[in-house]
Design a protein around this ligand. Structure first.
Ligand code: BEZ
Length: 211
């Protein structure tokens, strides 16, 4: 059974390019993006690891730690990291797990045998400070991920944890949000003093509250 949204994610201790990392300790009281790569020395993964390194300040701003995983051994990761720096113009700046025995990949359901028996698919897990799974996305090996989208969802999750709102289609940080249907108009008056646009009784649009 795969890990589902809201589940406590399995803890693990792993060898990485930055030494031994325990997941729960690494997350601490922040959030984490754990993402898998099919294989070392592959072109799409090389671009992804470069992009995530370039986005380090964006993840830090949201109190999110990043953790990559590939089922190849540590020595391959080290050689590959040099290629990433050379071709992407940025050094790998977060730990990359060497999961040679596929223990973590199996625990997290990162291997989809009907897609490939041995390689991991491109999994993304967003884990919150309570170590609960808040988002999981699975991409095929041939499609590089869009990490701006992952940051966008983290913005939505962190916003909606603090306010009784939801975010509409294609929402980006700063855009208007929706008051959740469970909040009555009477309650909303106290929560959203600037008011809202009731396009339907269940569709009440208001300014993003934490701006
Ligand atoms: C890649 O990362 O470039 C890749 C990995 C596996 C299959 C296809 C592409």
């Amino acid at each position: 059974m795969s890990i589902q949204l809201g589940d406590q994610v399995p803890d693990f201790t792993a060898q990485t390019t930055e030494g031994t990392v325990n997941l729960y300790d690494y997350i601490g009281d922040g959030w984490c993006v754990l993402f898998s790569h099919p294989k070392d020395y592959t072109p799409v993964c090389t671009t992804e690891l470069g992009m995530v390194s370039k986005l380090a300040a964006e993840f830090a701003k949201r109190n999110v730690k990043v953790l990559g995983l590939s089922v190849d051994p540590l020595k391959d990761h080290v050689g590959w990291a040099a290629d990433i720096k050379e071709t992407q113009g940025v050094a790998l700046n977060f730990p990359l797990i060497a999961d040679s025995d596929r223990e973590i990949a199996n625990a997290y359901g990162m291997i989809h045998p009907n897609a490939d028996n041995t390689l991991t698919v491109r999994s993304v897990f967003v884990i919150d400070a309570q170590k609960k799974l808040r988002l999981s996305i699975t991409y095929p090996a041939s499609t590089g991920r869009n990490f701006d989208e992952i940051l966008r969802v983290i913005d939505s999750l962190q916003l909606t944890d603090g306010f009784k709102v939801a975010t509409p289609v294609n929402w980006a940080n700063g855009d208007d949000v929706i008051i959740v249907p469970a909040v009555t108009d009477e309650e909303a008056k106290g929560m959203f003093p600037a008011g809202w646009d009731a396009q339907k009784p269940y569709l009440r649009v208001t300014k993003q509250p934490n701006l």
